[in-house]
Every structure is written in structure tokens, then in C-alpha cells.
Ligand binder design. Structure first.
Ligand SMILES: *C1O[C@H](CO)[C@@H](O)[C@H](O)[C@H]1NC(C)=O
Ligand SMILES: *[C@@H]1O[C@H](CO)[C@@H](O)[C@H](O)[C@H]1NC(C)=O
Ligand SMILES: *[C@@H]1O[C@H](CO)[C@@H](O)[C@H](O)[C@H]1NC(C)=O
Length: 431
């Protein structure tokens, strides 16, 4: 019996080379100074490259995962091969495998993501905001197509810190269930972990403008305050909260001649939008404060409660991170950091004092700009953490450029931090 064939010798040689390189990497790792060569060896694989894939590829592959997940019960896959498939997904899509800094690890965030279609948009968004120290609750509209539900469930099942909401509702545009979807995620997130510091809610067409580190630093600089639009309600919007509404055949309708009672505790109703950046104490108030619970009951038959409920809670004295109700403390959407949205009616030519922002370079959906690549430079100059709307079907380049830019920035910032401070931290992570 010959033990050493030509083939096995070659394999042995290869193994030696691999082990040798590994040893080099380990030996080179974490020098006192001059981080660059180590960085290139260790982390350049986390950069996005042109080979990573277009939306079409993702669609195929998401289907692929769904398929596997779907058959889980029936096909005798070993647990190991399932785990392998899942970790392959994280690996090939380059989800960050560890916190990029101690600062970020010590400041975990909680995300609520409310989606109903466009799985690729969702996956690109999740990948852009994903960090293992954060937690993510995903609400898929109860009436979404089964394929959307299963694809998203398959993606979430790859991560311990990403989960599907415990109770999904039928979301109706401009009606109460849109708020209920976020409320259900808030309750799940609040219950799932006591560690997170801030809550951020998103929809499938949002995209970050900042890296996780930049988000953490902005939030820390708020010193416990919340940041969301909260302004005096314009007269022409008052009908929304002074008439009883109901959902008929999946659409919200105003009940003729049915006036609403004034709000509980005579709370002043303020105007804002659905997207907020709030601390953990605000979420506790939403779930437990009797004034808020009464307001929630009262708001259930109003029109577009998402556009006043959070803004109103933000001005209730005693709610953590809130602002005094006096209108001098009003905050516009441009001053809050929660969300950048370009409304068509506020666009204008550059230099025009009437205009709030330059014209949209993409297309408009419901009078809101869906960004094109030409919008990127301007939106990156803004202080907001997230912008809306992006759509990789309409303009894949905008998301593509943005995600690549953010990943490069995240890795470069990590390199600087680690070069300056604590190499031991990364040594611990890698072992
Ligand atoms: C999707 O993933 C499968 C399994 O890893 C792979 O074989 C296939 O090439 C991928 N599809 C595309 C289009 O990259
Ligand atoms: C979810 O959808 C199912 C089937 O369409 C329906 O029976 C159920 O009531 C819905 N659940 C909620 C909370 O809307
Ligand atoms: C929180 O989770 C526990 C189990 O971990 C459960 O018993 C409890 O009902 C949950 N509370 C809420 C408000 O969801």
C-alpha cells in the first residue's frame, strides 16, 4: 500500500503553504504600530467589489435560500449543512462578522424594519446597517405575498440578532395598522434586550447615509435627547384628527359627520412623520406611560396617525428625551436627524431662496423623490442618519455607490481607530 501518491504529496504541499500563510498572518497581526499591512490581509475581504453582484443575482440567491428553508422539514439535510448554507450567505454577502470598534460595541442600537415587498431592497438595507451588537425586528406586512414573507424569513434566520415580529398586521396606507406594526416591533425589541440605547425605525425604501460608527457618535452627541420632526399642526391637517375614520375594504375612509372627542389629558397634537430616532426611555413610555396609552387608544380612528403620534409623544413632559411643548421648541424634518425626504413641492433650482433643496435627479413617487445617483453628493452633505426613498429597480446605481462608499468608510475608520488605540480588542475578537 503506497501512502504517499503524487496527488497526496501535492495536497500536503498545498496544506503547508496554507498553514504557512496563516502563520504569517497571525505573526504579522496586531503590530504595535503600522497597521496597514495587517489590515489589508485581514479585512480587505469585507470591502464590496464589482464581483459581489447585482440585484438580479441577489434575487436568484434569495430564492435559493428560501427554497432550502422551505424544504427544511422534509429533506434530510444535516444540521451542519444547513448551518453551512446560512453562514455562507452571511459570508458571501459580506455581513460584518464583528463590531468594528469598542465604541460601537458599547452602544448597541435597536431597529424596527417595516417592509411589504422588494426583498432585494430589504436585503441591501439590512446589509448596510447590520452589526452583530445591534438588534433588528422585521415586520413583513401580513398581506404580503408568501414568497416575500418566506424570503425575508429565510434571511432573518441567518442571524441571531435579526428576528421577525411576533405579531404581523395588515398594513393600510395612512391608517392605524402602520403604527401598530412599529408598536409590535417596539415591544419585541424592548423585551428582547435591555442593552440597546437608541431605537430607529425604517421602511424598505430607506438607506443609511452614515456608517454605524458615525450613527453611534451622532446619537451619543444627542446626550439622551430624541431627534424627530415635531411641529405645530397646520390648520389644513386638523381634519385628520377631528373626524372619526375607519378601514373599509383595506382603505381608510372618513366617517361622515362623526366628530372625535378632544385628545386625552388635553394633549396638544403635533405634526411630524413616521420615522424617529428615540432613546430607550421614550420606548418605555410608549409601552407603559398611561398618558401615552390613552393617546394611542384615542388615535386609532384618526387619519395618518403615524404623522402625529410620535411627534405628540415627543412633546409630553416627562417622556425621556422629549422637548417642552411650547412651539419655540418645534423641530422640522430638516433639523431632526431621523430622516431626509425630498418633497417635490419643496424642490427648486439651486440658489433659489424659496426652495428647501435642489431638484430631484431621480423620479417621483407620491410627490417624494426616489433618489438617482445625481442626488448622492447633496444627500451625503446632510446630517440625517437615513434618507428615503431609494429603489434599486428605479436606480440601482444610487444604492450601489452609497453602500460601497459606506463600507469603505467603515473599514477605513476602523483602521484609524485601531491604529490609534486598542489592538488587544481586535485580538480578542479574532480568537
Ligand atoms: C447563488 O448561490 C448559489 C449557491 O451558493 C451559487 O451556486 C450561485 O452561483 C449563486 N447565483 C449567482 C447568480 O451568483
Ligand atoms: C393575517 O392574514 C390572515 C389571512 O389573510 C388573516 O386571517 C388574519 O386575520 C391576518 N392577521 C392580522 C393581524 O391582520
Ligand atoms: C417578554 O418576554 C417574556 C419571555 O422572555 C414573555 O414571557 C413576556 O410575555 C414578554 N413580554 C412582552 C411584553 O412581550
Amino acid at each position: 500500500m503506497r501512502i504517499l501518491t503524487r496527488g497526496s504529496l501535492q495536497r500536503l504541499l498545498k496544506l503547508t503553504v496554507v498553514l504557512g500563510s496563516l502563520w504569517m498572518v497571525l505573526r504579522l497581526g496586531f503590530p504595535e504600530k503600522g497597521w496597514a499591512p495587517t489590515y489589508i490581509l485581514r479585512y480587505s475581504w469585507l470591502e464590496y467589489t464589482d464581483a459581489d453582484g447585482s440585484p438580479e443575482k441577489i434575487r436568484l440567491n434569495v430564492t435559493h435560500w428560501t427554497f432550502n428553508r422551505h424544504l427544511l422539514g422534509r429533506i434530510p439535510f444535516g444540521v451542519d449543512s444547513i448551518l453551512f448554507i446560512y453562514s455562507q450567505f452571511k459570508l458571501s454577502r459580506k455581513y460584518l462578522p464583528f463590531p468594528l470598534s469598542k465604541e460601537e460595541e458599547d452602544f448597541p442600537l435597536a431597529y424596527s424594519m417595516v417592509v411589504h415587498n422588494k426583498v432585494q431592497n430589504f436585503e441591501r438595507l439590512l446589509r448596510a446597517i447590520y452589526a452583530p451588537q445591534n438588534i433588528y425586528c422585521v415586520h413583513v406586512d401580513n398581506k404580503s405575498e408568501a414568497s416575500v414573507f418566506f424570503a425575508i424569513q429565510a434571511i432573518t434566520s441567518c442571524f441571531e440578532n435579526v428576528f421577525m415580529v411576533s405579531q404581523a398586521v395588515n398594513v393600510v396606507y395612512a391608517a392605524w395598522p402602520r403604527v401598530q406594526a412599529d408598536l409590535n416591533c417596539m415591544a419585541d425589541l424592548y423585551n428582547a434586550s435591555t442593552k440597546w440605547k437608541y431605537f430607529i425605525n425604517l421602511c424598505g425604501q430607506d438607506f443609511p447615509l452614515k456608517t454605524n460608527l458615525e450613527i453611534v457618535r451622532k446619537l451619543r452627541s444627542l446626550k439622551g435627547a430624541n431627534s424627530l420632526e415635531s411641529e405645530t399642526m397646520a390648520g389644513e391637517k386638523k381634519w385628520r384628527v377631528s373626524n372619526v375614520h375607519q378601514i373599509v375594504d383595506g382603505e381608510i375612509k372618513v366617517g361622515i359627520g362623526k366628530a372625535k372627542e378632544p385628545p386625552p389629558f388635553n394633549l396638544p397634537i403635533l405634526s411630524g412623520n413616521a420615522y424617529i430616532v428615540v432613546n430607550r426611555g421614550y420606548i418605555r413610555s410608549v409601552l407603559e406611560d398611561n398618558r401615552v396609552l390613552a393617546l394611542i387608544e384615542w388615535a386609532k380612528d384618526t387619519y395618518s396617525p403615524d404623522e402625529f403620534l410620535w411627534a405628540t409623544i415627543q412633546r409630553i413632559p416627562g417622556v425621556p428625551g422629549s422637548r417642552w411643548p411650547n412651539h419655540k421648541y418645534d423641530m422640522t424634518d430638516m433639523n431632526a436627524i431621523a430622516r431626509l425626504v425630498k418633497w417635490q413641492s419643496h424642490e427648486g433650482s439651486q440658489g433659489s431662496l424659496e426652495a428647501v433643496y435642489p431638484e430631484c435627479h431621480g423620479t417621483h413617487v407620491r410627490a417624494i423623490c426616489v433618489y438617482g445617483a445625481g442626488d448622492l453628493q447633496w444627500i451625503l452633505e446632510q446630517h440625517h442618519l437615513f434618507a428615503n426613498k431609494f429603489d434599486i429597480d428605479t436606480d440601482p446605481i444610487a444604492v450601489y455607490c452609497l453602500e460601497k462608499y459606506l463600507r469603505q468608510k467603515a473599514l477605513a475608520d476602523m483602521q484609524h481607530i485601531t491604529a490609534a488605540t486598542d489592538n488587544c480588542y481586535f485580538a480578542t475578537l479574532m480568537i
